[in-house]
Design a protein around this ligand. Structure first.
Ligand code: PMP
Length: 400
C-alpha cells in the first residue's frame, strides 16, 4: 500500500518540470540543447529590487511577516490594482502569498465543496486542473480553437456552465497561447456571467503587464466592475519584474473569500517571505521602466519567432499579443513521415522528433489540454529564439 493518498496519485508532474529534467539529462550527455520550454524571464531581477532585499536583511527585517502580507506591500498592491483593474480594495481585501500560484490555490482551497466545478478553458496553464482536483473540485474543460485565437467565446462559456459551477479561470494573456482578450470580448463574457450569478471568476493576470499593445491587457473588472463582488484578482511580481524565485504573488477580492484564504495561509505557510515582500514592494513602487524594457525585448523576440514560424508550411500561427509564448497548430503535420520513415502521429511525437533531430526542446500542446499544437517559449536569448525557430522550420520542412 502506498503512503501517498489516492488524490495525490492522480496529480501529474508538471510538463515543464519534466522537460527541464530531459534537457538537463541531454546536456549532461554533452548535447547542445536550445531550451525553448522555459516559463520564466531570462533577465536578472533589476538592481534596485535586489538592493532593497539586501537592505532588509541588513536591517534585520527577517522576522515573521503578518500572515496576510505586510501592510506596506498590501498598500502598494492597493495602488497597483487601482491602476490595473480600476478597483479600490481596502487592505483587508488584499492577500500576499507565495507566488500567484499560491493565491490561486488558496482561493480554490477556501471555496470549493466536493463536486464543485471549475471551468478551465483549453489550452490551460497546466496547474489549473491539478490544483482544482487537489482542492476537491472537478475541472470542466471549455474548448477554444486556433480560428478563435484560442479565446473562450461566449456560447462555449454558456454551455460549460452548470448549477455546480463555482469558478471560471480566466488567464489573459494566456500561458500557453499568448491570447489576450480585448475589452469587447471581455464585455461579451461579462454578459454571460451576469446571467449566472452563482459563477465566480479568478482572473490570473500574471502576464497582464507583458502585453504587446503598448498598455496592460484589458481587465474584466474594467469593463464589468459590477462583477467585483464575485471576482478574485490574482497577480504577482514573478513575470513582470523577473522575480520568479522570490515567490511573491497577491490577490484581491470580496472580504469573506480573502479572510478564508488568509486562514488557509496562516495554517499552512504563515505567509510569504518577509525579505521577498520587501523586494516586491521595491518592484511595485520603484521605477517601472524595467517592465517596459522586458516587454520590448519579448515583443522583439515574438516578432522574430513569428516571422520564422509563419513561413513553415503545415504550421498555423496565431500571433500572441502578450506573455512569452507562441503556440503553433501542427495538425497539418500529423501523419507525415520523417526522412527515416517514422510516422509523426501526434504533437508529442513531433516535439520528440524536433528534440532528437535538432536539439530544440519544446512542450507538446497535449500537456496543455489541446492536441496537435506545441508551445515555443521565447523567454530565451534572441540567438536561441532565432536558431531554435529556424531548426523547427528545417525539421518540419523535411517531413513528407
Ligand atoms: N499563472 C500562470 C498562467 C503562470 O504561467 C504562472 C507561472 N508559470 C503562474 C500563474 C504562477 O506564478 P508565480 O510564479 O507568481 O507563482
Amino acid at each position: 500500500m502506498s503512503v501517498v493518498s489516492a488524490k495525490l496519485r492522480q496529480v501529474k508532474l508538471s510538463p515543464s518540470v519534466a522537460a527541464r529534467a530531459i534537457v538537463a539529462n541531454l546536456r549532461e550527455q554533452g548535447r547542445r540543447i536550445i531550451d525553448l520550454t522555459v516559463g520564466e524571464p531570462d533577465f536578472p531581477t533589476p538592481d534596485h529590487i535586489r538592493q532593497a532585499a539586501r537592505e532588509a536583511i541588513d536591517r534585520g527585517d527577517t522576522k515573521y511577516p503578518l500572515s496576510q502580507g505586510t501592510l506596506a506591500l498590501r498598500r502598494a498592491v492597493q495602488q497597483r490594482l487601482q491602476a490595473d483593474v480600476g478597483q479600490s480594495y481596502p487592505v483587508d481585501q488584499i492577500i500576499v502569498s507565495t507566488g500567484a500560484k499560491q493565491v490561486l490555490y488558496n482561493g480554490l482551497a477556501a471555496s470549493l465543496e466536493a463536486g464543485d466545478e471549475v471551468i478551465v478553458p483549453t489550452p490551460y496553464w497546466v496547474s489549473y486542473p491539478d490544483m482544482v482536483e487537489l482542492a476537491g473540485g472537478t475541472p470542466v474543460f471549455a474548448g477554444t480553437s486556433s480560428s478563435e485565437a484560442y479565446k473562450l467565446i461566449a456560447e462555449v462559456l454558456e454551455r460549460a456552465i452548470s448549477p455546480k459551477t463555482k469558478w471560471l479561470m480566466l488567464n489573459s494573456p494566456s500561458n500557453p497561447s499568448g491570447a489576450l482578450y480585448s475589452a469587447e470580448e471581455l464585455r461579451e463574457m461579462a454578459g454571460v456571467l451576469r446571467a449566472h450569478p452563482h459563477v465566480w471568476v479568478m482572473t490570473d493576470d500574471i502576464y497582464a503587464r507583458l502585453s504587446f499593445g503598448g498598455q496592460n491587457a484589458p481587465h474584466l473588472l474594467q469593463v464589468a466592475p459590477d462583477l467585483a463582488d464575485r471576482t478574485l484578482v490574482v497577480n504577482g511580481v514573478s513575470k513582470a519584474y523577473a522575480m520568479t524565485g522570490w515567490r511573491i504573488g497577491y490577490g484581491a477580492g470580496p472580504k469573506d473569500l480573502i479572510k478564508a484564504m488568509a486562514v488557509v495561509q496562516s495554517q499552512s505557510t504563515s505567509g510569504a517571505s518577509t525579505i521577498g515582500q520587501v523586494a516586491a514592494l521595491a518592484a511595485l513602487t520603484g521605477p517601472q521602466d524595467c517592465v517596459d524594457r522586458f516587454t520590448a525585448v519579448f515583443k522583439e523576440r515574438r516578432d522574430l519567432a513569428v516571422a520564422i514560424l509563419s513561413d513553415v508550411p503545415g504550421l498555423g500561427i496565431v500571433v500572441p499579443d502578450g506573455a512569452f509564448y507562441v503556440f503553433p497548430d501542427c495538425s497539418a503535420l500529423i501523419g507525415k513521415k520523417t526522412p527515416s520513415g517514422e510516422v509523426i502521429s501526434s504533437d508529442v511525437d513531433l516535439v520528440q522528433h524536433i528534440l532528437s533531430q535538432a536539439g530544440v526542446a519544446l512542450i507538446d500542446g497535449s500537456s496543455y489540454g489541446i492536441a496537435s499544437t506545441f508551445r515555443v517559449s521565447f523567454a530565451a536569448s534572441n540567438d536561441d529564439v532565432r536558431q531554435g525557430c529556424e531548426a523547427i522550420r528545417d525539421v518540419c520542412l523535411a517531413l513528407a
